[in-house]
Design a protein around this ligand. Structure first.
Ligand code: ADP
Ligand code: MG
Length: 253
């Protein structure tokens, strides 16, 4: 049996009269990539930010690594890594300078070059953050989540707006992070991303979790109901054609 590292019970979040999160419960297991999948407005970011201690909840209980969110938010902060919006980086500082800055804030010693290598940005160490492409910015912001050597990292739509090569590259990076023992909780509205990347997903819609399982199991369950795709499935799709034509290499280096 896998160990539970995040436990969310009966979480409710109201913004005034508006019910953004409507009594959801789920567990995240240690060492997995757990996805919150759903359309815009489903309540994914709200849920994530509450667990990150950055937003207040209306009701419900949450524990992270055994710490109670209400009583020990400081302990939770120490063991999680949260991806910052890349717009929050000082544009005039180099990547090395930014990592030192964050390490100072966390009061941690960190080998900045080693960290940049992990996300394949060692060649950009002396570049300013404003000089990075979209995919590079995302990789850098993922690197910043690792500075305090967290047990869990939170990624809110890390691949939105990226091209196919950059997305695939980021999936590999996120799997590497998981394989090194870090638990990952991620939000996305891309079905292919959830299918490729997540060990388990919770599908959210209008503030509720409407299904939760591994992507494989969900698909098998649907097929077992007699469901068939209306159109014959081809052995490849347009994205495969595109990658075949343009190659797998990153374009933004
Ligand atoms: P998602 O990340 O799934 O797109 P959000 O958690 O950002 O969804 O938002 C869920 C719902 O809550 C949306 O309808 C959004 O407009 C609303 N919402 C989010 N933040 C606030 C806020 N600070 N005040 C009022 N409503 C909010
Ligand atoms: Mg969101």
């Amino acid at each position: 049996m896998r160990e539970t590292i995040i436990s969310v019970k009966n979480l409710v979040k109201n913004y005034g009269d508006f019910k953004a999160v409507k009594d959801i419960s789920f567990d995240v297991f240690e060492g997995e990539i757990f996805g919150l999948l759903g359309p815009n407005g489903a309540g994914k970011s709200t849920t994530l930010e509450i667990i990150e201690t950055l937003r207040t909840k209306t009701s419900g209980s949450i524990t992270v690594n055994g710490f109670d969110l209400d009583k020990q938010p400081g302990d939770i902060k120490k063991i999680i890594g949260v991806q910052l919006q890349s717009s929050g980086f000082y544009p005039g500082l180099t990547l090395l300078e930014l990592i030192s800055l964050f390490a100072g804030l966390y009061n941690k010693e960190v080998d900045a070059m080693e960290l940049l290598k992990k996300v394949n940005l060692q060649d950009k160490a002396k570049n300013k953050s404003k000089e990075l492409s979209g995919g590079q910015k995302q990789r850098f912001s993922i690197a910043t989540t690792l500075i305090n050597q967290p047990k869990i990292i939170f990624l809110d739509e890390p691949t939105t707006g990226l091209d196919p090569q950059a997305r695939r590259n980021l999936w590999e990076l996120i799997k590497d992070i998981r394989n090194n023992g870090t638990t990952v909780i991620i939000t996305t509205h891309y079905m292919d991303e959830a299918e490729q990347l997540c060990d388990r997903i919770a599908i959210m819609d209008e503030g509720k979790i409407i299904s939760m399982d591994s992507p494989d199991k969900m698909i098998d369950d649907l097929v077992a109901t007699g469901f068939e795709r209306p159109k014959q499935v081809k052995a490849a799709n347009l994205e495969d054609v595109f990658i075949h034509l343009t190659g797998k290499e990153m374009r933004d280096e």
